[in-house]
Design a binder for this molecule. Structure first.
Ligand code: SF4
Length: 343
């Protein structure tokens, strides 16, 4: 989001809906986002807000019933509406994915070296011998010690953290331009989560891979991301640099998210005022009119029900709220009285 050069991945007005017996579910609505070469963007929001559907739609991984509109360009090549054969060539080589639970993605009856090697034999036409040697290099790259021995291990012989490292090794085997990491640390013990995030950052630094990390873990994006995109009920409500969003979040939902995240400093934690939103994320089958956040927003007022808020530019990002001022400052959701903000 922060580069003047052409982005590697350019998403414009991306929408995804699913027809169901009870109506059409609008899972993603009008998402626009850029990912520059070597940039890490963190997409955050609650479960069910459309983050994963957005990620899966990029390389055509959604079921056939999904209706996808808008534009996704990878180095200028349009992926929305591309033929399945073209998308198959893109997957792995150009855009690679890692998911939450590596055990469901790894084949339990093949050694990890064989599984990484197969990717290289199929996509890079390497010999079995060369692929095995490269698999060992990749295991070392993702921080697995004693790669010469580990390459002959089966997935069940590895810890959860090591299995996720193997998945990352497979994902980057063909040198993709973009790595999409969908909740890559959620299923792991806290003690190994930091190691996986470090691997992702190292890959960006060493290989220049662009990373889109999808997570509800704000500490992960604070550690890793250059830019942040905040999603609510299928729409982006705020984007911007990590520094700006953590220091001066403009949108009431972003402020609520950040207020609920624990901080390491006990003094800061004691003085925090969490903003309570209630548990009910409205249904994407029948989203609220106007601002989709209005049913949970402590600052909602009449206009929020009738008018979709425009995106106010803030630096390289934006916030979509009627109360964000032209100078990019927003109301403080913990203290503001909407009538005063409006006056
Ligand atoms: Fe809240 Fe209204 Fe702003 Fe939406 S537009 S975030 S409901 S104040």
């Amino acid at each position: 989001m922060t580069t003047a050069s052409a982005p590697v991945l350019e998403i414009r007005d991306l929408s995804v809906s699913f027809p169901t017996e009870t109506g059409t579910v609008s899972a993603v609505d009008g998402v626009s986002l850029d990912l520059a070469a070597g940039e890490i963007v963190g997409m955050v929001g609650e479960s069910g807000c459309g983050k994963s559907v957005t990620a899966m739609s990029l390389a055509g991984l959604l079921p056939g019933s999904a209706r996808v509109t808008g534009s996704v360009r990878l180095d200028g090549t349009q992926l929305v509406g591309a033929r399945e054969s073209a998308l198959r060539r893109v997957r792995g080589r150009e855009i690679a994915y890692i998911f939450q639970e590596p055990m469901t993605s790894l084949n339990p009856v093949l050694t990890v070296g064989r599984q990484i090697g197969e990717v290289l034999q199929v996509h890079e036409r390497m010999s079995r011998r060369a692929a095995r040697a490269r698999a060992m290099e990749l295991l070392t790259l993702v921080g697995i010690p004693s790669a010469a021995q580990r390459v002959d291990n089966y997935p069940h012989q590895l810890s959860g953290g090591m299995r996720q490292r193997v998945m990352i090794a497979m994902a980057v085997a063909c040198g993709p331009k973009v790595l999409v990491a969908d909740e890559p640390t959620t299923a792991l013990d806290v003690t190994v989560q930091a190691g996986i995030l470090q691997v992702l950052r190292d890959l960006r630094d060493r290989l220049g891979t662009s990373v889109l990390i999808i997570t509800h873990d704000l500490s992960a994006v604070e550690y890793l991301a250059d830019d942040i995109a905040v999603m609510y009920l299928g729409q982006l409500v705020e984007t911007g640099s990590r520094e700006r969003i953590f220091a001066r979040p403009a949108h009431p939902y972003t402020q609520a998210l950040l207020s609920a995240a624990p901080v390491a400093d006990p003094v800061r934690q004691r003085h925090r005022q969490p903003v309570l939103l209630g548990d009910d994320l409205p249904s994407a089958l029948d989203p609220p009119s106007g601002c989709r956040f209005r049913t949970r927003c402590p600052l909602a007022f009449d206009r929020c029900a009738t008018e979709v808020p425009a995106q106010t530019a803030i630096g390289d990002g934006m916030a979509a709220c009627h109360l964000v001022r032209p100078d990019g400052t927003g109301p403080d959701v913990r203290t503001a009285d909407p009538s005063e903000v409006l006056s």
